[in-house]
Design a protein around this ligand. Sequence first.
Ligand SMILES: Nc1ncnc2c1ncn2[C@@H]1O[C@H](COP(=O)(O)OP(=O)(O)OP(=O)(O)O)[C@@H](O)[C@H]1O
Ligand SMILES: [Mg+2]
Length: 487
Amino acid sequence: MASHPVSISPESDVLTAAQEPLLPRVLLIDDERDFTALAEDILTQGGWQVTRAHSGYEALQLLSLTRFDAAILDLNMPLISGQETLERLRRLDPTLPVIILTAVADLETAVSCMQMGAYDYFTKPVDWQRLQLALRNASRVRLLEDEVQRLRSALQQRYGFGDIIGRSGPMRDVFDAVRRVAETDVTVLLQGESGTGKELVARAIHASSKRRNKPFVAVNCAAIPETLLESELFGHEKGAFTGAIARRLGRFEQANGGTLFLDEIGEMSPATQVKILRVLQERRFERVGGTRSVEVDVRIISATNKDLEEEVREGRFRQDLYYRICVYPIHLPPLRERQGDIPILVGHFIQRFNEKMPRHRQIRSVAHDAMRALEAYDWPGNVRELENVLERSMLNADDGVLRLHNLPPHLQRAFPEGRNSGAAISWKQALAHATEIPTLEEIEREALKLALKLTKNNVTAAASRLGIGRTTFYRKMRRYGLTDSPQ
Ligand SMILES: Nc1ncnc2c1ncn2[C@@H]1O[C@H](COP(=O)(O)OP(=O)(O)OP(=O)(O)O)[C@@H](O)[C@H]1O
Ligand SMILES: [Mg+2]
């Protein structure tokens, strides 16, 4: 189910959703105005939204601001030729399908355009039915290509940091650390309260390391019974114990070449600690019931919500093992220490849950007092708790707006001003109360968005309200990716 991106608007008291998609858009490029007028009529009737450009320059400018589903390009134009326009269009938007129009005399050029990646060509006078069929096919191919791109980048983003949301100081330190260790094989220890994202970060480290195409194997040391842990980690030979009917590879071997994630390492028994220590020292072990030693190449990342130093002092965790696994510690801060991340996490989770909901149940905005309550609560279960609370609360909302009374009672109580302070705050107040300082770029981007919103996307008016020129405004729009919704 498609969902709207949810964005935070600085001026209103709600998160707002991007606009509905429109009819398929075609960019029609021809210097002959009579022809473009006729073509626009025909294509509009065929269900297309047509934008005309009467020169290559105009086309390039339009393309840098708007996303089109296809383009029709006349080869015979003054200033920049059709061929050069094609080359530049493709540089700006490599998957845009371009259909060439040409006079019969120019067929040779049309062929060389096809070699440059044009989608198809037609000679004038145009057979409009065939052309529209080609347009439809072209835009379908474009959709598929875009989808492939989207999936590819979603995959990369999933653990590439794209999925770890956060821009507070403490989270930036985490990203820094992840980047630093990802390139190496250093043994990492992730420490943080429950639900702070330890597993997410472990996967991100793996996904950004050179081991990314090899397995990431997670072992929850707390969930496996003591008696099975050894065979779980190291595997066993056939007949090693009753029920061992075949040889089984343990997690260390499964992770060979990749990363082994030892989760809840603070829960390991003293006996298992000794065995793990030996593997970490020697990088070799024997399967249970086996005599031959097996060598593996694994990168170890461990995680715990315990204070391991304290566990060492109390004699519950081996000091030598602690030094082995804690070569590079990364501390994940609890959510209450990075309140500034709460609104973007809320936006992120709502967008994710929207994808699973029918359109009429999707959330388009969060009322200001609900957001204040979410920010005021101290989140003992951290991001996981926030995720769960949102999923539940979204089911209670009925008009696309998540309101204070949709939240669980303990969250409503955590909100000191109660239910009646739903008023929007101005951006000046918002900045005055901010606990995180936004970067100047973030402020500039929000200012551009606000100007566009208040002027209903009139660029000239928006630029003038900000006291800058149109060209500068366009340049900044491109820089911040505001040239076409969604943002
Ligand atoms: N910074 C973040 N951005 C987005 N999602 C997050 C973030 N941190 C945690 N989450 C989400 O919160 C949930 C809990 O995260 P994770 O399982 O990584 O936590 P954990 O620290 O391993 O918790 P535990 O100690 O209880 O095992 C997951 O669904 C995860 O995707
Ligand atoms: Mg975990």
